[in-house]
Ligand binder design. Structure first.
Ligand code: MRU
Length: 340
């Protein structure tokens, strides 16, 4: 099962708005349809957005005159602002198009897809090896995660959830704890669905239960993904991630960011420069079409937050482990990460 792929001249993706109830595929033939799918989170998660961006360029290049193609590609690039992978995927395929036309754009898009598959495998290996180093005396781990960082957020395997999948495959997962991830429930709907598919033991918690769960000693490590990692290590990820990092730091629990190198954005110096998407009031003020607030209530709905680098133990990419654990850690607690 691939979350997103190129099939017979168009994009086929799993419509994540229908999960966990239904596995439905969406056939996307135009960039306008793709932009709509991205905005309503039918396809989501930074790596999958990177593939979507690149394939969207291939779609435009194959079907539209050059001027019109560039117009719709600009809209695609800006469809969601926080995950750097979307713009990077677009730029990669567009550069190929400029060099070699539509065929080259498609070839570049398929390479973005294949590179993501390989990167997720590498992250799973590095992430589990790092957990072995950090927690050498724990034979089976209970790990907490937020949002969805699994196959549904990439192509075939995930980032943080890919590490959890490998822990489970290796017999090293005691339990996964998935934050439900208000307001769109990527944790409760998507991560829980993937964990069930894996046959992994898991619990879902409401987001506001995460801090006490971590502070009471029930969690060995927190694993999260990333939408954009600034040059200084500050990391944008799903709203609620920062709170997990604060609780993990208080409890001396390792807090690992797992993301491909493509999510590291050296052009963004620090977290304050990362644009945070606000998705508006409707998602917060109603649930399944039923109003949960007074009619005239407005909401703040930042989709992401930024975790400062000094709260992150390590960033695991497909190519390296970036050790950020300069903080004092108790002798009996986790050891600083080693560069792999
Ligand atoms: O709004 P979403 O569902 O696209 O947010 C996704 C996340 O925040 C993920 O944690 C991130 O993109 C990494 S996915 C491997």
């Amino acid at each position: 099962m691939r979350t997103i792929d190129w099939v017979s001249g168009h994009i086929r993706l799993i419509d994540q708005t229908a999960l966990p109830g239904t596995v439905a595929y969406l056939d996307v033939h135009t960039v306008e349809e793709l932009v709509d799918a991205i905005r309503r989170l039918a396809v989501r998660g930074a790596p999958a957005l990177g593939v979507a961006g690149a394939m969207g360029v291939a779609l435009a290049a194959a079907n539209l005159p050059a001027d019109r193609a560039r117009e719709v590609i600009a809209t695609l690039r800006a469809a969601r602002p926080t995950a750097v992978n979307l713009a990077l995927g677009v730029d990669t395929a567009l550069a190929a198009f400029d060099r070699g036309g539509a065929a080259a754009a498609l070839e570049a898009a398929l390479t973005v897809r294949d590179d993501d598959i390989a990167a997720c495998r590498a992250m799973a290996r590095r992430g589990t090896a790092l957990l072995d180093q950090l927690l050498p005396h724990r034979s089976r781990l209970t790990v907490l995660t937020i949002c969805n960082t699994g196959a549904l957020a990439s192509v075939e395997h995930g980032t943080a959830l890919g590490v959890i999948e490998k822990l489970h495959a290796d017999g090293r997962l005691h339990r996964a704890v998935a934050c439900e991830t208000r307001p769109l429930l990527q944790g409760a709907r998507l991560t829980a669905w993937e964990l069930r598919q894996m046959g992994a033991p898991y619990d879902v918690i409401v987001d506001s239960a995460a801090a006490i769960t971590i502070l009471r000693g029930g969690i060995d490590a927190v694993l999260v993904g990333a939408d954009r990692i600034a040059a200084n290590g500050d990391t944008a990820n799903k709203i609620g991630t920062l709170g997990l990092a604060l609780a993990a730091a208080r409890a001396s629990v390792p807090f690992l960011v797992v993301a491909p190198e493509t999510t590291v954005d050296l052009e963004t110096a620090g977290g304050e420069a990362i644009e945070i998407e606000d998705r508006g009031s409707a998602e917060v003020c109603a649930f399944h079409g039923i109003r949960t607030t007074p009619d005239d209530a407005t909401a703040r709905n930042p989709a992401f937050d930024v975790t400062p680098a000094d709260l992150i133990t390590a960033i695991v990419t497909d190519q390296r482990v970036i050790d950020l654990s300069a903080n004092e850690i108790p002798a009996e607690g986790p050891r600083p990460a080693q560069h792999a």
